[in-house]
Design a protein around this ligand. Sequence first.
Ligand code: HEM
Length: 550
Amino acid sequence: MDGARSVNGRADRRTSGPPGGGEKLADWADGRLGLYGLAKANMRKVFPDHPSFMLGEICLYSFIVIILTGIYLTLFFEPSGVEVVYNGSYEPLNGIVMTRAFESTLDISFDVRGGLLIRQIHHWAALVFVTGMLVHMMRVFFTGAFRKPREVNWVFGWTLLMLGILTGLTGYSLPDDLLSGTGIRFAQGAILSVPIIGTYLSFFLFGGEFPGHDIIPRLFPIHVLLLPGIMLGLVTAHLILVFYHKHTQFPGPGRNEKSVVGMPFLPVYTAKAGGFFFLVFGMLALMGGIAQINPVWAFGPYRPDLVTTGAQPDWYLGFSEGLIRVMPGWEINAWGHTLQLGVFIPFSLFPLILAAIGAYPFIEAWITGDRREHHILDRPRNVPVRTGLGVAWLSLYVVLLIGGGNDVVATHLHLSINAITWFVRISVFVVPVLAFVVTKRVCLGLQRRDRDKVLHGRESGVIRRLPHGEYVEVHEPLAQAQLHTLTQHEQNGHYEIGPLVDAHGVRRPVTASMRVRARLARAMFGPETQIPKPTPEEYRELTSGDHQQH
Ligand code: HEM
């Protein structure tokens, strides 16, 4: 819509008086940017609502807080590997040699107004950001929100998670304290284990021998400019796609693949989102204000010859640490070269575990061969194998996190570190399988319960005594809306190869990939994964005439 028409459109609705300042400004902007047309088309867009949809918002708001606090820190932090002798406000470290990077972190903590608070909010926001992303990703995973047309948005989101982890790593490496230096040393060890090019890579990254003076100045632009810049672009693209596809919605009355039930973007959603932003910001400020995080002055400056027990990465990298800690120290020496498998295998597994969940939507789409769009979410119980795989993936993460903190677990629980290491080595293989089996059984149990509820109603808790003395519990029939929610899901078969011989008696070519696909489809969506939902006939028979419910 052009500017003139939009101005007229509003003038028609004006009731009295000359235009106010705000309206004049709006007209001016509209004439140049066409905002009215844009807003008219989008501001009334309906958004479904559900508490779990706030997870993406938590990611967004903590990301904004990270950027705001990061800008403040950048004003005072000096990414310099130059060595200085500290002589500042924190007496215990006076006279100690450290890099200027560490010294400026101490200055931010003790001398810059609000510096420590901002440092702490920044760190807490980073932890909430990555946690938020993981939980948000699992919400999307368990409800099948990644299905067509949202696969690209899943990839954007997954990339954001990877970049978030990387940005965290580069960020907590900057202060050059004993803990962060140990983290960089860990990363360098992993790089060195790469066959053939490992040493070159390490020299390239560190500008020579470890640690050198270059790594902090190099990490700095990556942390404050490159990674956040890419993430900002991806977040924008992610949100544009959420807007474009519209939000998915949980099953319920009036909701189907074509219609959306919810509140308009303006004013309801924007008001709620605005309020929620301040809630998240306030919570992070509170955490930064009262909960100490990364007290670098207590660790002291980095020295390559020192390391303590209890040196842990931030939680999201804990599982990569676990992989390396529990791996046997295998090593092959041949032709004067050492292949450090004890480090290289876990180092390669780390991205593979993350890639497995990233690729999942495409694998599932290949198995189902389903090309339809899906805007109604799955209830996780109705897709037990996917739900089981998700829980197994999470359980692997948790087991490895225990491995990554084996020293902390050992000292806190007074256990042998070797016992913990062996427990983790075995659990890595056993726990995900157990988690899968148990989750699948629980899902099937819940499906069975849904079926019973539909057919026999809800247990009311009222016990009635019948004339002949028998006690029965009164069941109340479900409302139509609930009946719909519990029975709307599809159970109509899965991909099958079909007859091997066609109608003319000619053998159809069946490739190995077709066989694999059919087998996987049966395992994931076959009869073993579904408790048949009640048919209308069954329902009618049980709820009418002679079969009145108790
Ligand atoms: C910077 C990090 C991220 C931000 C700011 C963000 C933000 C959001 C927001 C605000 C929504 C709409 C509300 C909601 O569904 O929660 C959303 C939806 C979505 N996100 Fe994210 N997200 C991020 C990371 C991720 C990750 C790690 C994934 C998965 C790997 C992901 C996949 C999706 C998908 C598929 C949707 C559409 C869901 C639907 O319509 O039901 N996002 N995101």
